[in-house]
Design a protein around this ligand. Structure first.
Ligand SMILES: *[C@@H]1O[C@H](CO)[C@@H](O)[C@H](O)[C@H]1NC(C)=O
Ligand SMILES: *[C@@H]1O[C@H](CO)[C@@H](O)[C@H](O)[C@H]1NC(C)=O
Ligand SMILES: *[C@@H]1O[C@H](CO)[C@@H](O)[C@H](O)[C@H]1NC(C)=O
Ligand SMILES: *[C@@H]1O[C@H](CO)[C@@H](O)[C@H](O)[C@H]1NC(C)=O
Ligand SMILES: *[C@@H]1O[C@H](CO)[C@@H](O)[C@H](O)[C@H]1NC(C)=O
Ligand SMILES: *[C@@H]1O[C@H](CO)[C@@H](O)[C@H](O)[C@H]1NC(C)=O
Ligand SMILES: CC(=O)N[C@H]1CO[C@H](CO)[C@@H](O)[C@@H]1O
Length: 511
């Protein structure tokens, strides 16, 4: 059915940009606080910009053929307007207030849909950027700066000794602490040894850069003394994760999602990578069980292994020490979660996606401890049971709840209305009976198609924010309550295959 999740770990395969949004937000937040000390130590108050650095920025601008958002509009040769003289005041540029050297170049395109958006810069990176020797923070993400061929002709002309490739040049910016070259179009690299020069690098994002021929990145990266955050999502990486990935002991965040890694997840994950806060291995081809050693990652906040070929059983042992865990996504594997109904988890999850994991036949009682959960997906988990009475109260903070494609039976809890934060509820394809109770006020999406509901709809069905109401294939009787006309935002109304009185109110006029 039309599925629109308000918050993360749902992976929409149509999404170009990898990784769950919230993870990215968290990562960005973590990174910001981590880098705060270095990036905000200098403001632009004092010194003005260094002329040859201004020239370098202007040369960069000349390589840009499209700037639809006008980001570089005020980047101009000095022409007497005092505010333009100083490149430290240009958009995206920050300088040291002591020396005037450019420390930060933030030209990342924030638009989610990257190159295809209206705001991306298009053109070719100029090697003039290498004149910015003091650059600590470089973000060119989600712009189309690789030219149409994926190479940079200007580099090819003047810098053949760099293999004719783009990325090695960034190895000359030895002061870099933060480097984001993600989503830059058809960029590729055959070699990552250039990274070894970046001794101060703390954050590296090469998402969607093709590293298909690179096999030794863990080796190079493990020698970067300052690196904490590493993102290599959608980089066409293949093979298995060799043991030396276990050398990445200083990382706190590792994202290898959307590659073609295969083979088992060996024990090194928990045994060596002990400092990890974020681990994203989703959308690969990993096989075998999730190692129990994962439980040693006491600081782990986000674990995403969704969309792999993992199998085997998850028990309490896997979660034993995961006190910090907030986000987990185990969906779209062949995992079975076998946890005692008496077990109390050590974590308080905010989002959990267990879709397609076996969790039934009984409704998993341990879920009642997830009282902070905002997002919960337990669809297709083989539950053949009643919806427990504790559910509305336990999940009263949840905004998204999917329990579709199970065999949930009996009535919806009469107090489901108390789930006052709930925006999306998906109960499609179960065996629920009885009448639809009063619904939570903030609901925007309700899918309860393919059940055995009877009786008439609740009088308060006219929820002000309702956009989608799908109740097809039930045995609902009576008329559609007049209050439905209060649903000003209603986009989709699916009523088919019920026992309604023949006419719907004409005034309905759904938009
Ligand atoms: C440079 O910026 C920092 C941080 O904003 C500030 O504390 C310091 O006083 C500034 N120095 C000068 C010379 O303006
Ligand atoms: C990127 O820009 C080049 C022109 O420099 C263009 O040919 C190419 O189609 C663009 N790529 C995308 C994905 O928009
Ligand atoms: C980049 O650095 C290397 C030394 O690591 C140096 O030989 C080369 O000239 C530098 N290139 C540029 C364009 O600055
Ligand atoms: C995963 O493995 C299967 C079979 O080995 C293969 O067909 C598929 O293309 C692989 N998927 C990825 C993303 O590598
Ligand atoms: C309903 O869910 C079951 C699994 O519980 C699945 O086999 C069946 O195809 C689904 N039916 C529809 C119409 O989606
Ligand atoms: C309904 O949603 C709004 C935000 O959309 C939120 O501010 C409000 O607290 C919610 N109401 C309840 C009862 O949770
Ligand atoms: C196999 C391996 O490299 N194990 C190491 C994991 O990390 C601990 C300490 O962080 C080392 O003692 C192990 O040798």
């Amino acid at each position: 059915m039309m599925k629109r999740a308000p918050s993360p770990p749902v992976h929409d395969p149509t999404m170009r940009r990898p990784g769950p949004k919230l993870v990215q937000l968290l990562l960005a937040a973590a990174t910001c606080s981590f880098l705060l000390m270095t990036t905000h130590a200098d403001a632009n108050a004092g010194a003005t910009c260094v002329p040859h650095e201004r020239d370098a920025l202007l040369a960069f601008k000349r390589g840009i053929t499209r700037d639809p958002a006008g980001i570089l509009h005020l980047w101009r040769q000095p022409d007497g307007h005092s505010e333009l003289q100083d490149c430290c005041r240009w958009r995206g540029v920050r300088c040291s207030n002591r020396t005037g050297h450019v420390l930060e170049l933030r030209l990342g395109n924030p638009s989610y849909d990257t190159i295809y958006s209206d705001t991306a810069l298009v053109g070719q990176i100029s090697h003039s950027l290498l004149a910015l020797e003091h650059l600590q923070h470089l973000d060119l993400s989600n712009n189309n700066l690789s030219g149409s061929t994926g190479r940079i002709p200007e580099f090819l002309g003047s810098l053949r000794n760099f293999h004719g490739r783009v990325l090695p040049l960034f190895g000359n910016l030895t002061a870099l602490r933060y480097l984001d070259l993600s989503g830059m179009g058809a960029t590729y690299s055959t070699d990552v040894s250039w990274l070894a020069h970046l001794r101060f690098l703390q954050y590296l994002n090469l998402d969607l850069v093709n590293l298909n021929t690179v096999t030794d990145w863990p080796h190079v990266v493990s020698r970067l003394p300052s690196l904490r955050f590493l993102r290599l999502s959608g980089c066409s990486l293949t093979g298995t994760l060799p043991e030396w990935v276990g050398q990445l002991t200083s990382l706190v965040s590792l994202d290898l999602s959307r590659n073609s890694y295969a083979g088992p997840l060996a024990e090194f994950i928990g045994n060596n990578l002990t400092g990890l806060r974020i681990l994203d291995l989703s959308w690969n081809n990993f096989t075998g069980p999730l190692p129990e050693s994962i439980s040693y990652l006491g600081g782990l906040r986000t674990l995403d292994v969704s969309y792999n070929n993992l199998n085997g059983v998850i028990t309490e042992e896997h979660f034993r020490n995961l006190r910090s865990l907030q986000h987990i996504d185990l969906s779209s594997n062949s995992l079975n979660i076998e946890i005692s109904s008496k077990w109390q988890p050590p974590f308080r999850l905010r989002s959990a996606n267990f879709a397609t994991c076996g969790m039934g036949p009984l409704f998993p009682a341990w879920l009642q401890w997830l009282v902070d959960v905002d997002y919960l997906d337990i669809s297709s988990t083989g539950i053949n049971d009643k919806i427990p009475d504790w559910l509305p109260r336990a999940f009263s903070d949840a905004r998204y709840l999917s329990m579709s494609r199970n065999k949930l039976s009996g009535q919806l809890p009469a107090n489901v209305e108390i789930m006052s934060s709930l925006e999306e509820l998906d109960l499609n394809n179960n065996t629920l009976t009885g009448q639809l109770p009063k619904l939570p006020w903030n609901l925007t999406y309700l899918d309860i198609c393919i059940n055995s509901l009877s009786g008439s709809l609740p009088a308060n069905i006219g929820l002000p924010k309702l956009q989608v109401l799908s109740i097809a294939s039930n045995s609902i009787t009576g008329r559609l309550p007049r209050s439905i006309c209060k649903c000003k935002g209603l986009r989709t109304l699916v009523l088919a295959d019920n026992h309604f009185k023949e006419d719907y109110p004409i005034a309905l006029g759904t938009k």
